[in-house]
Design a protein. Structure first.
Length: 271
């Protein structure tokens, strides 16, 4: 059985996405998706910061929850809609993040890393940080935190696992050993990895993560799922065929859906 699923979809509540939630659902239907999931950014207030241009606010959570529930009912005969969240991993804030995640009945949680300390490394306003810190050092620090995020037990899916390449910065050293270490960590932790097409729309012009990491995930038995990371309705389902092709070319044959933070339906990646 083949299915088309997109679980990485944002809303304007995060302050940097456009369009109404109904528009995202309508686009998912037009794109032929069987299932979609909203996964807007967890409020930064959970871990002690505040920026309504980057994430939802705590006061938005009830609206977010209720709107997903409402849309799930309205569109129940046309598409399945899941309630998810993209949650930043911040070292030292595991208890606060865990407490927040347990408050809500999420179908899945995507764990992401957007900050190294106080530095938002994927924010174009702060790109000078790469030169100041050194690209190899930034990669090393990023992958260390990604491993920590997987091993925290907080997340179901690891999001854009090499987001550090977003602006085209490349390390001098070979990343194959790093990718093997990451895949081994993912396997031990029981997390899945998303194959995220939004990198095609960024300066790097590549899917996240690198094909070598997708292959390493296959070698270590780490499941994968194709996502769009949509921040506009038109990006829902965008280039998922390329993500699925990358998965299949790397040796993956199956993906999955999530309900209540448990994998339920397993489906073929090839039609």
């Amino acid at each position: 059985m083949a299915m088309r699923v997109d679980y990485h979809i944002h809303t304007k509540l995060c302050g940097h996405a456009d369009g109404e939630m109904e528009e995202y659902v309508e686009q998912a239907i037009a794109a032929g998706l069987d299932e979609m999931g909203f996964s807007d950014h967890m409020p930064m207030e959970v871990w002690g910061r505040h920026d309504p241009t980057l994430t939802m606010r705590l006061q938005d959570m009830i609206e977010y929850h209720d709107r997903v529930k409402e849309l799930r009912h309205w569109y129940r005969d046309r598409i399945r809609i899941k309630f998810g969240i993209e949650a930043d991993y911040v070292p030292g804030k595991e208890r606060e993040i865990g407490d927040f995640l347990r408050e809500w009945n999420f179908d899945y949680v995507i764990g992401s890393v957007h900050f190294l300390g106080d530095w938002g490394f994927d924010d174009p306003r702060y790109m000078e940080g790469y030169e100041r810190r050194g690209v190899d050092n930034v990669y090393y620090a990023f992958f260390k935190v990604i491993r920590m995020s997987a091993e925290s037990g907080l997340f179901d899916i690891i999001g854009h696992a090499d987001l550090v390449k977003k602006f085209g910065h490349r390390p001098e050293r070979d990343l194959k050993p790093e990718f093997d270490d990451l895949a081994a960590s993912f396997a031990r932790s029981g997390v899945a990895v998303e194959i995220n097409t939004s990198g095609l729309r960024k300066p790097v012009g590549e899917i996240y993560p690198h094909p070598a990491l997708v292959r390493a995930c296959r070698e270590y038995g780490v499941p994968v799922i194709a996502t769009s990371d949509a921040h506009t309705p038109g990006d829902v389902g965008r280039d998922l065929h390329l993500a699925r092709k990358l998965a299949v070319d790397s040796g993956h044959s199956r993906s999955f859906t999530l309900t209540g933070r448990k994998r339920d339906i397993h489906y073929d990646l090839q039609p």
